[in-house]
Design a protein around this ligand. Structure first.
Ligand code: SF4
Ligand code: SF4
Length: 281
């Protein structure tokens, strides 16, 4: 049985309680490394209150063209899949926001006219919370369209001697896939509404493609809409936990308090949850 595992916490849509669950799990167990990969809107720090010790810039290599050497051959524009380089009759233009930093253009340039320079896309922060547990998050620069390179940088920090909890961005697009990739288990958070069911269905498709084991937590659970449970039963998906729809949980969350602070009895439930996940993995 694997002792330290990597768990991603994801949801097909925002506002379902993904961070509520990931921080509550992190506060219930020991020897944790928590990574907030929701780099466009990181908010786990509000609940975990880490002491930030390191802050560093994260960038990607983008081309810098020496116009004195450039022969306007057009090869760089041809290789760029992202249309970040446009070759004009008398000039070469680089659109840095579109550049993915793949380095292809500098390799093909016959005149060695392309050098690479670093373009900052965000920052990575590292610190400690709840004793010696490790906290990492990333903050994408405003207006920056490329979050996967920043997420990859956060995940380079993963330690194998800790239980890793990754709070993923919401949705089912590339940043989510980047965050879930390589984890041992994914907890999908949903809510019992038609929207919740729709987005859960999409998230399940992503997990099937990634071939990563997963289970579902239903947040804001009441007895009015049971289609989510029917779907899980039909698809043979394990329901790991149900968190009731309670005003005091919402009020505590809005004040920056985790579920563990609002209702300490959940600590045991989250410890049991980890044990069950370890057994599944
Ligand atoms: S580094 Fe890659 S993505 Fe960026 S401009 Fe060059 S070929 Fe395009
Ligand atoms: S490949 Fe090099 S020489 Fe050719 S257009 Fe691009 S920068 Fe200029």
């Amino acid at each position: 049985m694997k002792k330290n595992i990597k768990i991603s916490v994801a949801s097909g849509k925002g506002g379902t309680g993904k961070t509520l669950v990931s921080v509550s799990l992190a506060l219930s167990i020991n020897n944790v490394q928590f990574i907030d990969c929701d780099v466009e809107e990181p908010n786990a720090h509000i609940f975990l209150k880490p002491e930030i010790e390191i802050e560093k810039s994260v960038g990607i290599p983008v081309p810098e063209i020496d116009k004195n050497k450039c022969s306007l051959c057009g090869e760089c524009g041809k290789i760029c899949e992202y249309h970040a380089i446009v070759n004009l009759k008398r000039d070469v233009l680089v659109f840095y926001e579109l550049c993915h930093g793949c380095g292809g253009c500098s390799i093909v340039c016959p005149e060695k006219a392309i050098k690479e320079k670093e373009r900052e896309i965000g920052i990575l922060r590292k610190g400690k919370f709840n004793g010696d547990n490790e906290f990492i998050d990333g903050i994408l620069n405003p207006g920056e369209p490329l979050s996967p390179p920043l997420i990859r940088n956060l995940k380079k920090e993963i330690k194998n001697d800790k239980t890793v909890i990754i709070d993923c961005p919401p949705g089912t697009s590339c940043p989510v896939v980047e965050s879930i990739k390589g984890t041992d288990f994914c907890i999908l958070i949903t809510e019992p509404t038609p929207f919740g069911l729709n987005d859960l269905t999409l998230a399940v498709e992503v997990l099937k493609k990634l071939k990563i084991p997963y289970g579902v937590i239903i947040n804001k659970c009441d007895s009015k809409y049971n289609e989510v449970e029917k779907f899980c039963k039909k698809e043979n998906i394990g329901i790991l936990m149900k968190i009731p729809y309670k005003r005091d949980i919402g009020v505590a969350y809005s004040k920056g308090k985790s579920l563990i602070e609002a209702s300490p009895q959940y600590k045991k439930e989250f410890q049991d949850l980890l044990n069950r996940i370890v057994k599944i993995v």
